[in-house]
Design a protein around this ligand. Sequence first.
Ligand code: CP
Length: 333
Amino acid sequence: MKHLLDTRELTREEAIEILDVADYMAQVKAENRTLNVLNGKTVVNLFFEDSTRTRLSFESAEKRLGAAVTNFSASGSSLSKGESLKDTAQTLKAIGADAFVIRHSASGAPQRLAEAGWTDIPVLNAGDGTHAHPTQALLDAVSLRQYKAERDGLDSPRGTDLSGMRVLIVGDILHSRVARSNLWLLHTLGAQVAFVAPPTLLPLNTASWVEEAGLEIFHDFDEAIATKPDAVMLLRIQKERMRAAYFPSAEEYTELWGLTAERFATLQAQPQPVAILHPGPMNRGLEICTEAADATNSWVLRQVSNGVALRMAVLYLLLTDGSSAKLYAGDES
Ligand code: CP
């Protein structure tokens, strides 16, 4: 694997190796240790779109691995003077870059950067348009695997997949790169994925995903809850990407599609606690109620914490010739 552009390209074995290394990195983080495996390397974070979690957790991961970090933000750069992605990337490579982490509002921008021949360094997609957000899906899988291991009384999630898990992904699927990347990854790891959304917030090509990934679709959230999911992932309503009225009002959206206090109470009545996930940022009171966001079975902040460990894992695997076996043997610390 030279780049990380989407989860669709990952095999089950590759995905499990990344998750296993992320669990190891979570331990490194919990012990407040650093690994100097990226000493002498510079990672450039190219953010052409706003971000809190992804940008700061990549930066934290890079520093914890000993890399030098260069941050590029679109605002305040020469983009305003018309500089292209190619010229920006080549300029930053000339300053010194061993890898690019890129977030862009245009779907396909990371692939273009990786494959156009402008530079020859690894590219990690930190979210592109409505297309893909592979590190978010991978950190979600780390979290779901930890939830399953804790629930089933395993000492460690290492080596396991998500088979037998039922995951509802609810809300603005149409504009969600998180939903797309999760569908491919969770299916590869053996989970059953269901999208829950009004028809206006589903992409046109979901029929092919039913074929390819066994996707289930619900237009009624209560019907989906009745199928007894193990995990419910709420998605943010992405007002900034909406060019039309996709639902009559925020109040009606919450009533029909939100995880309200009533729906949350129904989930809490299941014999096993359901994992509540949200990639953030959350619209509290719109797609998720505060009771659910702050519940003990909410994984929202553990997702963020796992994001640092997961990004340490992908940076380690892409930027070093170190194997996970070498890492576990302690040769890299
Ligand atoms: N989940 C996520 O991508 O959040 P940010 O936009 O804050 O990075």
